[in-house]
Design a protein around this ligand. Structure first.
Ligand code: FES
Length: 320
């Protein structure tokens, strides 16, 4: 994927839905329909900031059956490198943005006999579009949605209206916890579980499901990592024959792109594997932040996911 494949959109609505989350409605600039997608898809939003370009993944939360606009929810991240702050502070109704075509890395399994959806905080967004798909089928499902406190429950009116008794809400502030053990111990054969939220919740759901004998093929999760900041370093791109400086607040992928070298990507969050790049040499150590490479691959040091990972040391040589 590259910026030549982006779609120009205009922001036609913004709503503050919780103290930390804003809901943006995007319409195509030239009035045509937007590309089709299925529940669980995300888009990359390209933001031209004053000093640099941000490209962040956001789940589509609008209905896949209504393609005149796309809706996304953006949580203001305290440790943001700029993308979520740009969306919250600089993007207004009437602002123009570019978006990439939707990609689904978190799709509902078509042959599941039941779906159990578990969301934490902003992790509710991919489920909102999936629910629109589920309303049209006859596969049973239930949604478990955990938030810090009632004021942090985004889109809850829509959920109460659409889901009724299928919605189970949990407020940390009132000591309400998702009963992971009983929930995952008592599901009928053929059930698939989907989780999106903080890393601790995802890891707990995966571990609990496995401990109850769920096959990995029935456990689905999505967690886009934001590229963490780190010390600056130099990268040499062997095919392009250029050196690129990677500053502390720019990802390795962003720095390579700024130098005019394209790297394939889909998620920009360490999940899809598309940006996997061969490491030819490292003077220092690789800092792997992705969810794609196996522990053995990470230890082997032959590959890096430049969308979220970086190097700690003086120099890195990549086959690019
Ligand atoms: S772009 Fe998906 S893992 Fe890097």
């Amino acid at each position: 994927m590259s910026d030549s494949q982006t779609i120009a959109v205009e922001v036609i609505g913004i709503e503050q839905v919780t103290p930390l989350i804003k809901h943006f409605r995007l319409a195509p600039l030239h009035g045509q329909s937007l590309p089709g997608f299925s529940g669980g898809s995300h888009i990359i939003v390209v933001m031209h900031g004053p000093e640099r370009i941000h490209r962040n993944p956001y789940s589509l939360l609008s209905s896949p059956h209504q393609l005149d606009t796309y809706d996304i929810g953006v949580r203001r991240m305290e440790d943001s490198r700029g993308g979520s702050h740009f969306m919250h502070d600089s993007v207004k109704v009437g602002s123009r943005l570019e978006i990439a075509h939707p990609v689904n890395l978190f799709a509902l399994d078509k042959i599941a006999r039941k779906h159990v959806l578990i969301a934490g905080g902003i992790g509710i967004t991919p489920f909102l579009a999936q629910l629109e798909d589920l309303h049209r089928g006859n596969v049973p499902y239930e949604l478990h949605y955990s938030v810090r406190s009632p004021e942090h429950a985004a889109f809850v009116d829509r959920l109460r209206r659409g889901e009724g008794e299928k919605l189970h809400m949990y407020h940390d502030s009132e000591g309400q916890l998702v009963p992971f053990e009983t929930l995952l111990a008592t599901q009928p054969l053929g059930t698939h579980v989907y989780v999106c939220g903080p890393a601790g919740m995802i890891n707990h759901v995966i571990a609990t499901a496995r401990s109850h004998g769920w096959p990995d093929s029935h456990i689905h999760w999505e967690q886009f990592s934001a590229p963490p900041v780190g010390a600056a370093f130099e990268v040499f791109l062997s095919r392009a024959n250029i050196s690129v400086h990677v500053p502390p607040t720019q990802s390795l992928l962003e720095s390579i792109e700024s130098a005019g070298v394209e790297v394939p990507y889909l998620c920009r969050g360490g999940v899809c594997g598309f940006c996997r790049t061969r490491v030819l040499e490292v003077d220092g150590e690789l800092v792997h932040n992705d969810h794609f490479l196996s522990e053995a691959d990470k230890a082997g040091g032959r590959f890096i996911m430049p969308c979220v990972s970086r190097a700690h040391g003086r120099r890195l040589v990549l086959e690019l």
